[in-house]
Write a protein that binds this ligand. Sequence first.
Ligand SMILES: NC(=O)c1ccc[n+]([C@@H]2O[C@H](COP(=O)([O-])OP(=O)(O)OC[C@H]3O[C@@H](n4cnc5c(N)ncnc54)[C@H](O)[C@@H]3O)[C@@H](O)[C@H]2O)c1
Length: 288
Amino acid sequence: MHKPFEREPFEPKVSIVTGGASGIGRAIAVELIARGSHVVLADIDGEAAVRAAAELGSLASAATLDVADAAAVTALVRQVVADHGRLDVMVNNAGVAIGGLLEELDERHWTKALDVNLRGVINGVTAAYEVMRAQGSGHILNTASLAGLIPAPAMLPYTTTKHAVVGLSTALRAEAAGLGVRVSVLCPGFVDTPLLDDIYEAPASFGGSSVRSRVRLLQPRFLTAELTAKRAVDGLAANKAVIPVGAMAHLTWRGLRYAPGPTRAIIQAQASGARRLAQRSVAKQRTH
Ligand SMILES: NC(=O)c1ccc[n+]([C@@H]2O[C@H](COP(=O)([O-])OP(=O)(O)OC[C@H]3O[C@@H](n4cnc5c(N)ncnc54)[C@H](O)[C@@H]3O)[C@@H](O)[C@H]2O)c1
């Protein structure tokens, strides 16, 4: 029987990072490689994954993968185990940004968020868990977000799926501990990556104003992917359940627990601000 709370050395030999071609995923790959792991960068943008793997050196390799395709995720995990004999770390990190007020969003936004941000994680977890249970070891890291710990208005499909990823991760952690499999969830505030420039099917209220300038109103300084990845991999080594990254994440997550009234008032003010900005942006576009 495994002792869930015992500290074991973190010495991964084989890892997969989904969404590994860019941003936080790529930076996590760098950290895992620094700890001696071979890392498979699995990304829907296969060419970018190949480029990133070439930059990261001989311990990196690339695979083209759509995390929403359950059969493809299972096939990749099994292939990696066939090639390398094991799987120590599975980072379910691929994700898409969805923004806008609820009334501006339609089924496409919900489907995309559910397919990639939630089902993509479920697919990765399911495939890796099969292997790790048989091994009696392994660590699954799911990338959620601060938006998975606190209500994040004006991005409902995103915050909904990220809350689900936190729930999935913390519940599976308890279920898996006795089998030697560890589960952690990464919850950063805003990180300076291409994701912030690529809002899926951005609604009218996003036109004419940069997402980055809006984000700065909520979090004046962005986190870097490098710092986020370092915290993530240190969190794996320490076997943390939830890994919040950034002062905003720590403050608001704790604020919601210990000072719920004032924290909810701040979130309410953010929601009102988002609505005002959206209305202004739509009005500006109408006059042009
Ligand atoms: N950037 C932030 O502010 C921030 C904050 C908190 C959490 N996150 C989360 O971090 C994760 C990584 O985001 P990032 O900021 O590094 O963004 P990014 O855009 O730099 O990287 C995302 C990667 O995922 C890949 N991807 C997208 N859809 C995919 C799919 N269906 N299958 C496989 N790969 C796919 C993209 O090609 C890209 O390489 C996401 O889950 C995101 O929600 C980001």
